[in-house]
Each structure stands twice: as C-alpha cells, then as structure tokens.
Write a protein that binds this ligand. Structure first.
Ligand code: PAF
Length: 294
C-alpha cells in the first residue's frame, strides 16, 4: 500500500489506476480503524476496485473542540491494518492541505432536511462539516463507488441525498454495522469507555431491540419511546435521543398510522444516541414491522 499526503500525489496514483482500467472504490475515514472500517475496505476489494482510503480528522465536523483534540490519532497502526486488508492507496492529508484558505473561508455544502434533528440536532453544524469534507474528498479521489458504515445511518442518508441532488456520478454503498459479540456497535469512541462502562455499553443496542419488539406489538408510539428512554437511563446511560423514523427518508412516524397498520412492511429505523461516562455512543437497527432483522 502506498501512503500519500498531498492531493497532487493522490491524483497521480488514482489516474494511473484508472488508465489501467480499474474502477476506484473509496473508503473515507477519520482513522483509529477497527473491524467495521476494514469491512468497508473488504467490500471495495471484493467489488474488484482499486481501493483508496483516507484518514483525516476533519475539524469542520466537530462542534465541540475538546472532542476534536482528544479524537484518537493512530496512523502507524492504521497503515498496518489497511495494508493487511489489501487497501491500495491511503490518502492522509493534514489540515492545511484540506483547508488551505482556512476553515472560516471554506465554501460549505449544506444538505437540508435529512441533516436536521437526530445527530444534526445534538451536534449543530456537524453534517455541514461532513458533507463539505466528503464533497472535497470525492472531488480529490473521483471514485466510482464510496463505502459508508450503516452505524452512521443519518450520515449515509445525508451523503446519498447530496450525491443525488448535486448529480455526483458515485455509487454510495452502505455496509451493515459491525458489532462485538455482545451487540455493541464497533466505534472509535468505544475506546473512551472504562472497563465498567464497556460492560454496560451493549445496553444501547438492547434498548433498540426492545423498541422493535414494542413496535411489533403496536404499543403507543410515544409510550414506547418514553419507556425505552427510562430503561436506557436505568442502564447507566444519559439518553441524548431515541427515535423511530422511516428508513427511506428519515421522516417521522405517527401513532395513528402505526395503529392503523399503515407501516406494515415499511422499513423503519430505530436510532439512538446516549452518553456513557464521557463517551457519546450512537447505534441504530432497521426493522420491517412484524419482522425484526436484528
Ligand atoms: O464517518 C466518518 O468517519 C466521517 O464522518 C467521514 C465520513 C470520514 C467524514 O469526515
């Protein structure tokens, strides 16, 4: 695997791969790689793509600057993992390479509606930072396909809408969430958990599964969420949000429509974000009513 730090070198390598007839698969990351990231690389190599990954801790998407400064930076270990997974090219730019005119003068890509509420509500400006950096990375790499983990369900929805709205000729490929044996979704932020918190952490996934069961029993929508929130807090979390949305466009459900069976066979996503100690964990599960997938 080759590592480059500049856009110029990145473009040279990608151009050579394209001239050799390869499709380009792209896996953007912020590093501190785990098995979830590697599953994205595996999808790209299985698709036969020349696989490019990026590692860039993007300051524009952190509304909390202390969260940015403590975000783990583990480039040598990440390089080894990417090499072992047969990634072809790693792009690891610094902040000056990505924002040469400074962050305050950067043009911003804003994706309306799907970026509002959920994590967009709790982290103002976060998705503008994500859609802006992903647009820049897409224009630098010019991939045919880009792979994103479904753990960040809202992020995938934002990127998909952005690519559609702005006519970017890129296939967005969502990849299922990788989980530890006890159900905890893999995340770089799991590293912030103490031993005791790590034992409690699967409680978020468990709560989402319980919401799916209650939905299938057609309990009252508002009560389902309130009771789940109480259970999650009793499990040691401080709930940020628990929400049930239609998976297609993240629109809200209503209890009337739920009770009258309007959502039967609709794909629904149950999303949660909660603090456990200083770590903010997110997770989601997709469910077709009367048929829980996870
Ligand atoms: O999901 C992430 O790691 C980041 O949000 C991304 C897509 C790499 C943009 O910085």
């Amino acid at each position: 695997m080759i590592t480059v730090h500049t856009i110029k070198e990145l473009r040279q390598h990608v151009k050579a791969a394209r001239l050799a007839g390869r499709d380009i698969g792209f896996v953007p990351t912020m590093g501190n790689l785990h098995a979830g990231h590697i599953s994205l690389i595996d999808r790209s190599t299985a698709d036969g793509c020349y696989t490019v990954s990026s590692i860039f801790v993007n300051p524009l998407q952190f509304n909390d600057k202390s969260d940015l400064s403590r975000y783990p930076r583990t480039l040598p270990e990440d390089q080894q993992k990417l090499e072992a997974a047969n990634c072809d090219l790693l792009f690891a730019p610094n902040v000056e390479e990505m924002y040469p005119a400074g962050q305050d003068e950067q043009s911003i890509v804003h994706v309306p509606v799907v970026s509002e509420g959920l994590c967009g509500g709790s982290r103002p400006g976060h998705f503008d930072g994500v859609s802006t950096v992903v647009t820049k990375l897409f224009n630098q790499v010019l991939p045919d396909k880009a792979y994103f983990g479904e753990k960040d369900f809202q992020q995938v929805a934002v990127i998909r809408k952005m690519v559609n709205d702005l006519c970017m000729p890129i296939d967005i490929i969502p990849v299922p969430t990788a989980r530890a044996a006890d159900g905890l979704a893999l995340s770089s932020r799991n590293g912030y958990l103490s031993e005791e918190e790590r034992e409690l952490a699967p409680g978020l996934h468990k709560t989402l599964l319980e919401i799916a069961d209650a939905l299938n029993r057609r309990e009252n929508l508002e009560q389902i969420v309130l009771q789940a929130q109480e259970r999650l807090n009793n499990r040691g979390f401080k709930t940020d949000y628990l929400e049930i949305r239609l998976a297609d466009n993240l629109s809200q459900l209503t209890d009337n429509a739920l009770q009258s069976g309007e959502y039967a066979n609709s794909a629904v996503v149950i999303l949660g974000a909660a603090f456990l100690g200083s770590a903010r964990l997110i997770d989601n599960i997709q469910v077709t009513l009367n048929q829980a997938f996870e």
